[in-house]
Ligand binder design. Structure first.
Ligand SMILES: Nc1ncnc2c1ncn2[C@@H]1O[C@H](COP(=O)(O)OP(=O)(O)OP(=O)(O)O)[C@@H](O)[C@H]1O
Ligand SMILES: [Mg+2]
Length: 483
């Protein structure tokens, strides 16, 4: 059975997080994780300063299913199944040693899969003390009066044929970014509740919601939803467009699996992250996939540990499914957030409101027909209207030209290019010199003043409500003032 349970599908990072869960539940505020490279003799040590276990408690802890998943847990307990210590550890190693100190009482027990297999009587051999040659690992714990040390040795699932020190270092990086994300709420703040040291270096929290970033376009109020098994809390976030971020910010906030994969719901249980992104199987006619256009949407969702059964929490603490009774509520919250995120993605930042809240004159209209969507040039846009009005006998030709442009909008090209470069193509004079904006705006400005008789001030105001010039208020302010 122990051999079978190795196949539950833990990643190394998720397995480490499961051990850290136990430390947190035991009241630890510091956890030291050490990955020690020594080829096939490499090992992983996880040491906490929690309350520790007595000899008897440790013996219980080493049993599979030592706790009933149906029993009530204290509100801050991160455990549920009485399995994690064993299943997470043995998914990575063949020898698990746990040493603990509680009020000065010391104990140490060990599962060793090779020795179990070799035992002719097939007895459950739980050994006392560390394996021969591993005593030195216990020195860190020796100076403490409470705490627990978990040791993984014989890392057969990690150090496989051809595995090198570089691979091990990459693994350490993966563990770091996972742990920084999973426990970020405990690690952050002026007085963090938890400190994690990975090979001696403090892990810095990774906040998926970019809290406090000045360019964040939208954060919803916090909504509480009472349910029979406790309160579910949600807050929706739309993150800033790439153009509003420095390259470093863009990289750092992508998350361990990248912008597109990290969109969607972040489900926390007792502030520990279970699910990092994805749409939880929600959707309208079909369930939503993680698509580029929605990559700026992230929704924080908190559930209490009394909701475990209803949310179908798994042993690895990496999946959760919303109960049917909440699906509709969550779908509508997600729909709203997705919609906002898509608009920010498409418009490179929040579509700027004009001065005095007047709507912006758009050059393009979206026509929604029953048979599909069509893009039309808006003839009331000042740049179009001006030419129309002066066109005289050229009007039919002008109309024909506009129609040709509308009918040949390179929609597919834009779509493909956006998907490929993960960015919408440049519009709105982006990356163009100021002169280009001034030159085009100047033509319209002169038309407004000379032909339509607007005062210079009104002409400038009008341009500030006209796409794409509303993005350049300081350039517009200079129009007509140069001479
Ligand atoms: N670091 C630790 N400090 C103190 N007690 C611990 C520690 N690790 C484990 N224990 C004890 O051992 C028990 C078994 O741990 P295990 O991770 O196997 O199950 P669990 O945490 O109860 O549930 P889950 O399977 O959901 O993780 C815990 O309930 C706890 O009482
Ligand atoms: Mg546990």
């Amino acid at each position: 059975m122990l051999e079978s349970l190795r196949g539950l599908g833990y990643s190394t990072a998720a397995a480490v997080a499961d051990i850290v869960d136990n430390s947190i539940s035991a009241g630890a505020d510091e956890v030291r994780i050490d990955f020690k490279w020594s080829s096939v003799n490499s090992c992983v040590l996880i040491l906490d300063n929690g309350r520790g276990m007595t000899d008897r408690e440790l013996e219980e802890a080493m049993r599979l299913g030592d706790k009933n998943p149906l029993s009530e847990r204290s509100p801050h307990d991160l455990g549920r199944f009485g399995m994690g210590l064993k299943t997470a550890s043995l998914s990575q190693c063949r020898r698990l040693t746990v040493a603990s100190v509680k009020k000065g009482e010391r104990s140490c027990l060990r599962w060793d899969l090779d020795e179990l297999a070799a035992d002719p009587n097939s007895e459950w051999l739980l050994f006392e003390g560390p394996a021969e040659g591993s005593t030195s690992h216990l020195t860190e714990l020796a100076n403490r009066s409470s705490g627990t040390l978990v040791i993984w040795e014989m890392l057969d699932r990690i150090v496989t044929e051809g595995y090198t020190a570089d691979d091990f270092n990459d693994l350490i990086d993966a563990v770091e970014s996972h742990v920084a994300m999973v426990f970020h709420r405990l690690l952050e703040g002026p007085r963090p509740r938890l400190r994690i040291l990975l090979n001696g270096r403090p892990v810095t929290p990774w906040d998926p919601f970019m809290s406090g970033h000045p360019a964040k376009p939208w954060t919803s109020p916090i909504t509480n939803h009472p349910t029979p098994y406790g309160t579910v809390t949600v807050q929706c976030h739309v993150l800033p467009h790439r153009d509003r971020l420095s390259n470093a910010e863009f990289e750092n906030n992508a998350g361990p699996t990248g912008w597109t994969a990290q969109q969607g719901f972040y489900v926390y249980r007792n502030e520990r992250l279970l699910v990092a992104g994805g749409w939880l199987g929600l959707g309208n006619t079909r369930s939503w996939n993680r698509e580029e256009a929605y990559r700026l949407a992230r929704i924080r969702l908190d559930i209490p540990n009394t909701a475990d059964a209803d949310w179908k929490i798994d042993i690895r603490k990496s999946t959760a499914r919303p109960p049917v009774s909440l699906r509709q509520w969550l779908t509508s919250l997600a729909e709203n957030t997705r919609d906002r995120a898509r608009r920010v993605f498409a418009y490179r930042g929040a579509p700027a409101a004009g001065t005095g809240n007047l709507p912006i004159e758009q050059a393009w209209r979206v026509e929604r027909l029953r048979t599909g969507i069509r893009y039309r040039i808006d003839e009331s846009h000042p740049s179009v209207a001006a030419v129309m009005e002066c066109a005289g006998s050229l009007q039919p030709m002008l109309k024909a030209m506009l129609r040709v442009i509308e009918e040949t909008v390179p929609v597919q090209r834009i779509w493909l290019d956006t998907a490929e470069s993960k960015e919408t193509p440049r519009t709105g004079f982006e990356g163009e010199p100021n002169e280009a904006v001034i030159q085009v705006a100047g033509v319209l400005y002169r038309d407004l003043v000379q032909r339509k008789g607007l005062s210079p001030d009104d002409a400038r105001k009008s341009l500030l409500r006209t796409e794409p010039f509303q993005k350049y208020p300081s350039l517009i302010a200079e129009l007509g003032r140069e001479s």
